[in-house]
Write a protein that binds this ligand. Structure first.
Ligand code: BG6
Length: 493
């Protein structure tokens, strides 16, 4: 909680998995950028917990080198940041290590902090041991002040998610739990709420009367990046669609919340998920499509196929691409298909939400060169550049009846302004104790319920998967999901 002067409370921030991928690539750079921006509380101590043999000084050198390399960090802010760290060496599964952690948290510099955040940047399989050991050491108390941050994936299906949730609730109250989905921290995603709910111009269009269909795309050029161990068991549906894309869908489709506060927002998101038409087993083919990348060329470089990636089973049928169609059976959206797709090793990184509007009811320009007028679009680009625009038709100046598409551009960042990383916003929210952008368990549960029929069906079909060459826009067969023949994937912002 922020005090009356707006200052953040003194806080200890413990990172499990401090030498892992997530901490290295996302957490430390994001925390450092917050330091640079002067956004970290004056008294904020980091405690890195890991198995590798470091003492405090050695660990600070390690973080310093990492930030110099990744963020070109230097000077006083870097030293201030690095000095915030202590290191606790220990095995997550060993209760004795938590006594060492407790002793570190009691050191004079750290003991003044009433709040402690435990960030689990670790494999989901290790969650139970950490949660139980924190409890055993009494580190989950006092309940109001100590928080735990859990990364996705939250379970691998609805049952395992429920088991994980029960475990968390045995040792922590809901108010202490922060389930993170970093897509909620992306600027365009948050700006979507402003775009929708702060502009009366938009609201009348945002429904089945004007929107023909919605496309949500998260295309990645990268492959699985040494994560075969996790990815080959997960696949794109669990890794991306059940969480990141589903979150985007709820924000596009939700009703205005009663207030911009955590539970009001999350109530509206859950309502959307509950209205998604369940997919019966016999219709999975018509609603979902999966495929896997073969060798190809991405940005001019030859890349290997998924089955040849180190650590992947040679006959794996894990999907690296998934496309799905959902209907939201409520007053606003009934009959409007939401097409979601995501894939690795596609042509280029591109994430966006695109809403295609209906054709005008009268073909007034049929006898003119404008016969095949493209419908209007509203496009919100998330990556690589953040932008928002509407595509409209306007007459070209001159005698003929010729038109061109113009863009009403609502982009909000100058080319020289550095975009915020999603983690920056979310980490600050954890320190402040603001749950608004974090996921409540019923959201997780409903999202699993939506994708569960697809997962169950695919588990039975283990001997075949479609393929697509790396470096393209994915398999053409995914077009079979479209309701209308004229519909195509939008592959440009
Ligand atoms: C993660 C997935 O949650 O999100 C990765 O596990 C994926 O497979 C990543 O690459 C994408 O995040 P971003 O922010 O780069 O779009």
């Amino acid at each position: 909680m922020i005090d009356q002067e707006g200052a953040l409370p003194p806080c200890n921030f413990v990172i499990f998995g401090a030498t892992g991928n997530l901490a290295t690539i996302k957490l430390f750079p994001a925390l450092y950028r917050l330091e640079l921006a002067g956004r970290l509380p004056e008294v904020l101590n980091f405690v890195a917990f890991g198995r590798r043999a470091f003492d405090d000084a050695g660990w600070r050198d390690y973080v310093r080198d990492l930030l110099v390399e990744r963020c070109q960090a230097a000077g006083e802010p870097l030293e201030r940041f690095v000095a915030r760290f202590d290191y606790v060496r220990g095995d997550q599964a060993d209760p004795a290590a938590y006594e060492a952690l407790k002793a570190t948290l009691a050191k004079p510099k750290l003991g003044v902090c009433s709040h402690v955040v435990f960030y689990l940047a670790i494999k989901p399989g290790d969650f139970p041991a950490v949660v139980k050991n924190l409890d055993k050491a009494g580190l989950n108390r006092p309940r109001g002040l100590h928080r735990i941050v859990v990364e996705k994936p939250f379970g691998t299906d609805i049952e395992s998610a429920q088991v994980l949730n029960e475990l968390l609730h045995r040792h922590f109250d809901e108010s202490q739990i922060f389930r993170i989905d970093h897509y909620m921290g992306k600027e365009t995603v948050q700006n979507l709420l402003v775009f929708r709910f702060a502009n009366t111009l938009i609201e009348p269009l945002w429904n089945r009367n004007y929107i023909d269909h919605v496309q949500i795309t998260v295309a990645e050029a990268v492959g699985i990046e040494k994560r075969a161990d996790y990815y080959d068991k997960a696949g794109a549906l669990r890794d991306m669609l059940q969480n990141h894309l589903m979150q985007l869908l709820t924000l596009v489709a939700m009703e205005p919340p009663a207030a911009l506060e955590a539970d009001a927002m999350r109530d509206e998101k859950v309502k959307v998920l509950r209205c998604i038409r369940p997919i019966p087993k016999r219709s999975v083919h018509a609603h979902a499509f999966r495929a896997q990348y073969k060798a190809g060329s991405v940005a001019g470089a030859q890349v290997q196929g998924y089955q040849d990636e180190p650590g992947v089973e040679p006959d794996s049928v894990t999907e690296t691409y998934v496309a799905a169609k959902f209907y939201i059976d409520n007053w606003r959206w009934r009959g409007v298909p939401f097409y979601l797709r995501t894939g690795k090793r596609l042509k280029e990184p591109m994430s966006m939400i695109a809403l295609r509007l209906r054709h005008p009811p009268q073909q007034l320009f049929r006898e003119t060169p404008l016969e095949a007028l493209e419908p209007n679009w509203i496009v919100l680009s998330i990556q690589p550049n953040e932008s928002m625009h509407m595509e409209l038709h306007a007459k070209q100046p001159g005698l003929g009846m010729n038109t061109h598409v113009i863009r009403l551009n609502a982009s909000y960042r100058g080319e020289d302004e550095h975009p915020l990383d999603a983690y920056e916003a979310l980490l600050l929210d954890v320190i402040e104790g603001d749950h608004t952008l974090f996921i409540r368990f019923d959201e997780v549960e409903w999202a699993w319920r939506v994708v569960d029929p697809i997962l169950k069906y695919w588990v039975q079909e283990r001997d075949f998967i479609h393929t697509y060459p790396a470096g393209g826009w994915g398999p053409l067969e995914a077009n079979r999901l479209f309701d209308a023949e004229e519909t195509e994937w939008r592959n440009r912002v």
